[in-house]
Design a protein around this ligand. Structure first.
Ligand code: CTP
Length: 422
């Protein structure tokens, strides 16, 4: 999750500072590059050398050693990261932050940074409960700082209470979710359908479309990676839910439609599921038995709901009991067009017929390995043009699409009709 992320870890003066080499190790194990900044009082509990050894990076300890701005000034240090973690965050450091005081390297960096900040407070329980500290925590949270802990336990002073620094694993997960919350799609809700639907004929047989769910699941993960809160509604697949995504399992198209309508307010809808177009009028309660040579059962089929078209033209009803009068159309509705011939022409027609904003046309004819394979090749069709994307891994494609979605929202100052952006 933290792959490729640069984390600045500021260590202030609490006994919990002795745990920070373990925190550095855990963050690195999760893929992050960690640079430590050690306050003077933090240095009483953990050594610069230990932090340098585990992080593999220089440890910054003194504001004045940074005065040579050509090397790494405090402003550059504060900005050359994706996230600042303060662990342990003492009452004094939080009080200074709340007041905007910059009187040492750590507080100066905290004032200068434009990056998300995650605080892991640790102190005596009475200091934590003191209204002054609580007021500061409120102020800092109100300004967007993220908090993890403290937790209840035995404290350094021998007393029990709320004040222990959160566990290392919890700080790492909080770092992951802080970064998710801080991506370009922060504050937006995406609903993604994925996988096939199975329409039962009898207890052992069903009608289905071919789909592994690889592409839809990857799109859900990529959107979450850019900070969207994501609901993934999936038909039966062998795939695990990507990190940070809420998974809703369904079997039939009807269930998928109901799950979409239960998602509530949605800004981005991606219909990647291979929804079965038909289901049987009646599902047999018992297994249909063969009736002898040459006799085949006649299946009476009926149309399933067109989920993409419903979302694009009517909207999402906002809860099972929401009713259509409460429906709201997501700002950006994206579908797929699985075609075996006349790819672009058929997909263009589908874009218009379904009323969606973008459609990803993919050739699923037999000679491609799109179904079940790891690669995909698509044309992105919007109302204003067609782009042929090169063949690529489904994960890469998901990331390219998620970035494209983020660009569309950003270029519309976040939110106006992203669908008009090609
Ligand atoms: N779709 C849907 N509900 C359906 C059928 C399709 O939401 N009942 C969505 C798919 O998730 C996809 C898009 O519509 O995003 C196009 O699906 P596709 O199978 O390519 O086309 P169909 O609509 O089924 O049309 P046709 O079978 O005629 O090609």
């Amino acid at each position: 999750m933290l792959n490729g992320k640069n984390i600045l870890l500021a260590i202030t003066g609490g006994i919990a500072a002795y745990k920070t080499p373990d925190l550095v190790r855990a963050l690195k194990k999760d893929g992050a590059d960690v640079t430590c900044v050690l306050s003077q009082s933090g240095a009483k509990f953990v050594s610069e050398l230990a932090l340098q050894s585990v992080s593999g990076n220089r440890v910054y300890t003194d504001l004045f050693s940074l005065s040579a701005e050509h090397e790494m000034g405090h402003i550059s240090l504060a900005r050359a990261c994706d996230l600042v973690i303060v662990a342990p965050a003492t009452a004094a450091t939080m009080a200074k932050m709340a007041q905007g005081i910059a009187d040492n390297l750590v507080t100066t960096l905290l004032l200068a940074t434009t990056k998300p900040i995650l605080l892991a407070p640790a102190m005596n329980w009475a200091m934590w409960e003191n209204p002054a500290t609580q007021e500061n925590v409120k102020t800092l949270s109100g300004r967007g700082a993220h908090m993890i802990g403290p937790v209840v336990g035995e404290l350094a002073c021998g007393e029990e209470g709320m004040g222990r620094m959160a566990d290392i694993e919890d700080i790492v997960s909080a770092a992951e979710s802080t970064l998710e919350l801080s991506g370009p799609l922060k504050g937006l809700h995406a609903t993604v359908t994925s996988g096939p639907t199975h329409e039962p004929i009898d207890p052992v047989r069903y009608i289905a479309n071919r789909s592994s769910g690889k592409q839809g699941h990857a799109i859900a993960g990529a959107l979450a990676g850019l900070g969207a809160s994501v609901t993934l509604i999936s038909g039966p697949t062998n795939m695990d839910a990507p990190e940070g995504v809420k998974l809703v399992n369904v079997t039939t198209a009807d269930e998928m439609m109901a799950a979409v309508n239960s998602c509530g307010q949605t800004d981005i809808f991606v219909g990647a599921a291979a929804v079965s177009d038909w289901r049987t009028v009646d599902t047999e309660k018992q297994k249909i038995k063969k009736q002898g040579p040459g006799t085949v059962p006649e299946l009476k089929l009926m149309q399933n709901p067109d989920i993409l078209k419903t979302v694009a033209t009517i909207g999402i009803s906002g809860g099972i009991s929401g009713g259509l009068s409460n429906s709201a159309r997501p700002m950006l509705v994206i579908g797929f067009a699985a075609e075996t011939e006349n790819l672009v022409e058929n997909a263009r027609r589908k874009l218009a017929a379904k009323g969606c904003d973008w459609i990803l046309a993919n050739d699923v004819s037999n000679e491609t390995d799109t179904f079940g394979g790891n690669n995909n090749q698509v044309h992105l069709i919007t109302r204003s043009g067609v782009e042929e994307w090169p063949r690529m891994n489904k994960r890469e494609l998901a990331q390219k699409l998620a970035q494209r979605i983020a660009d569309a929202f950003l270029s519309n100052s976040g939110h106006a009709s992203a669908g008009n952006v090609s």
